[in-house]
Design a protein around this ligand. Structure first.
Ligand SMILES: O=c1ccn([C@@H]2O[C@H](COP(=O)(O)O)[C@@H](O)[C@H]2O)c(=O)[nH]1
Length: 392
């Protein structure tokens, strides 16, 4: 272990990064997103209620098992059913833990540090009702407001993913805005967030446990942000592939020069192939292969690093002429974000998803993977889901 950069306590603090990397090396860089949208539940023949969400989740888990490094549950999709929805989320998280798959809860939390300290009881501490390997955080109360909660995550062997460059285009103007004061004056909001996150990973050998969310759709504005994913040593959770329009070439652009720390999360693009478990499993496998290949090629691409080891300066931030490295020193607050899907949402009856496959009963993916349903040979997944799924 390289102990030169950090102290021993940091190195030993959380094994989340190590556990995730081990799973990514074994199963590849796919995270199966489990988002029980109303329309998908209907199209799968389930009730639009907590039980339907649970059955859907169990089936997505089956498809993910042995084919993906991680699963990600989208909290609002359960929260809408109140206590029954949270009970369902507790049970599917339990099932995922029993399967040994890494669990991420996309709970999108953020707020005053004193308030969000309660989140540790919900997700990180032994016996927590929603025990998860990692959760997602929104840093718009100032990334340093998350420090206490991050400490709790690390002390409990868990991790976090902090939204830095989200996949929706509405996020771009806020996240690429230039900071007016503080340690990152003259840098972008996203840059300060990424640098603050990187600080937690310094001195850790291998992949850290404090991650970022960087959308696969952001190729057009990543250079404005000043963030170079290739310099980040924690895990990067990347949504946007498939349904939101990002393709393999976008993964290669955004994540060029990265070193095996990008976890691509895909939800509707996989769910669109259900409810048949063989089709779901085949789609998961195929998408996992496509994503793995794209990221392998991205690794071979040189990043924007200059020979002197600094990142090329984005145009908007050049006035301050400070080298853009992840030498994090602190962070100042920015405004709050209201992220919304940039693409048709299957929950919104006013929007319709792009249809490219007339045979699909759910809205078809915006782009097709190399998955060919006609080549389905069977299912190697565990036994099919039923309403008698494991309960805690
Ligand atoms: O920037 C972000 C952050 C989170 N998400 C979430 O990821 C999934 C994506 O679902 P798809 O169906 O694969 O598009 C969903 O839960 C989002 O809330 C994101 O898309 N972008």
């Amino acid at each position: 272990m390289d102990m030169s950069g950090g102290n021993q306590m940091d190195v030993q603090r959380s094994d989340f990064g190590l556990r995730l990397k081990t799973c990514m090396d074994k199963y590849g860089p796919l995270c199966v997103g489990i988002d029980p949208h109303r329309k998908i539940l209907t199209d799968w023949g389930y009730n639009v209620d907590a039980e339907g969400a649970e059955l859907f989740s169990m089936r997505m888990l089956q498809a993910a098992h042995g084919r993906a490094a991680a699963v990600k549950f989208q909290t609002p999709m359960f929260e809408r059913y109140g206590s029954k929805g949270f009970a369902a989320l507790e049970r599917v998280l339990y099932a995922a833990r029993q399967m040994g798959i890494i669990t991420i809860v996309d709970c999108l939390h953020g707020g005053l540090s004193t308030t969000i300290s309660a989140i540790a009881d919900a997700y990180f501490k032994p016996g927590a009702p929603l025990l998860a390997d990692a959760i997602t955080l929104l840093p718009y109360y100032g990334a340093r407001s998350l420090s206490g909660l991050i400490d709790e995550a690390l002390d409990n062997g868990r991790g976090v993913f902090i939204a830095s460059l989200t996949s929706n285009e509405e996020g771009a103007s806020l996240q690429t805005a230039i900071r007016q004061s503080g340690d990152y004056k003259g840098r972008t909001v996203a840059y300060g967030i990424a640098s603050t996150a990187q600080k937690h990973n310094e001195g850790i050998e291998g992949m850290g446990s404090v991650g970022l969310i960087i959308g696969a759709t952001i190729g057009q504005w990543i250079s404005d942000s000043g963030v170079d994913p290739a310099q980040f040593t924690g895990p990067i959770l990347s949504p946007g592939y498939g349904w939101q329009g990002a393709e393999a070439k976008d993964l290669k652009t955004v994540f060029k020069g990265t070193k095996g720390n990008v976890l691509v999360t895909v939800s509707r693009f996989i769910a669109a192939h259900g409810p048949d478990i063989a089709m779901l499993s085949q789609a998961t496998e195929s998408i996992a292969l496509d994503v793995r290949q794209a990221l392998l090629e991205a690794t071979e691409e040189p990043s924007d690093e200059t020979p002197s080891g600094i990142v090329s300066m984005p145009k908007k931030a050049t006035e301050t002429a400070t080298p853009l490295t992840f030498a994090a020193t602190g962070e100042s607050a920015a405004a709050s974000s209201g992220a919304a899907d940039a693409v048709p949402d299957v929950d919104d009856p006013t929007e319709s998803a792009p249809q490219t496959d007339e045979s699909a009963s759910v809205p078809a993916p915006a782009v097709r993977s190399s998955f060919d349903p006609s080549k389905t040979t069977g299912d190697s997944a565990p036994a099919a889901a039923s309403s008698k799924e494991p309960r805690q």
